[in-house]
Ligand binder design. Structure first.
Ligand code: HEM
Length: 171
C-alpha cells in the first residue's frame, strides 16, 4: 500500500470528499442556528448550538484542508484544473477565516446566549463563501474529473472494497 493513501485515500475513494461533508455540514448547521436565533427562536439554545457548531466545524476543517492540499500538490501547475483548484482553496480558506473570526468575536454572544448582528453577519459571509467554494470544488471533480475513475464495468466486489480497484493495480 502506498503511504500517500493514508492521507489522500484510495483511488476512487478520496479522503477529502467525505471530510468536506462533515465540514460543510457543521458550518451549515451553525449558519441555520444563527438565523433561527436572529428570529428569536429559542435564542439562548440557538446561540449555544451556533457557537459549538462553529467550533466543531473549525476542528474538522483542519483534516479537510490537509487532505485537499495533498490532492492539490498532485496537479500540474497552470493547467485549467490547477486554476480551478487554486481558486477553490483560496475561497475555502477565506470562508474558514471568516468562520474563525465569527467564533472568536462571537464568544461573548455564546456566553450571553444571544447572537449579535455582527456575529450573524460574519456567519452568513462565511456561509456565502462556503457555498461558492463548494461549488468550485464540485467543478474540480464533476467537470474536470479529478479523482474520478469512471470504471463503469468494475465488478462491485472490487469497486466497494477498501483499496484500489483491480484495474488501478493492487499496490
Ligand atoms: C473548508 C475546507 C474545504 C472544503 C469544505 C472543501 C470542499 C470541497 C468539495 C465540496 C469538493 C468536491 C468534492 C466532491 O464533491 O467529491 C472539494 C474537492 C477538492 N478540494 Fe476542497 N475543500 C476545502 C479545502 C480545500 C483546500 C485547502 C484545498 C487545497 C489546498 C482543496 C483542494 C481540493 C481538491 C484538489 C479537490 C478535488 C479532489 C478531491 O476531491 O480531493 N480543498 N473540496
Amino acid at each position: 500500500m502506498k503511504p500517500s493513501y493514508l492521507i489522500k485515500g484510495f483511488p476512487g475513494h478520496p479522503t477529502h470528499a467525505p471530510l468536506t461533508d462533515a465540514t460543510i455540514g457543521m458550518y451549515s448547521l451553525a449558519s441555520i442556528l444563527a438565523v433561527l436565533a436572529a428570529f428569536g427562536i429559542a435564542e439562548e439554545n440557538m446561540a449555544t448550538g451556533w457557537w459549538l457548531a462553529l467550533i466543531v466545524g473549525l476542528v474538522v476543517n483542519a483534516p479537510t484542508a490537509i487532505t485537499g492540499i495533498a490532492d492539490w500538490f498532485e496537479i500540474t501547475r497552470w493547467t485549467p484544473l490547477w486554476k480551478t483548484a487554486t481558486l477553490h482553496w483560496i475561497v475555502m480558506v477565506s470562508s474558514s477565516a471568516v468562520f474563525g473570526l465569527a467564533a472568536i468575536f462571537g464568544h461573548d454572544d455564546y456566553t450571553a446566549g444571544d447572537v449579535s448582528g455582527g456575529s450573524l453577519l460574519l456567519t452568513l459571509i462565511g456561509f456565502a463563501l462556503l457555498t461558492v467554494g463548494g461549488w468550485i470544488g464540485g467543478s474540480i471533480v464533476y467537470v474536470h474529473g479529478m479523482r474520478v475513475l469512471n470504471l463503469e464495468d468494475e465488478p462491485t466486489s472490487s469497486a466497494i472494497r477498501p483499496g484500489p480497484p483491480h484495474r488501478e493495480g493492487s499496490d
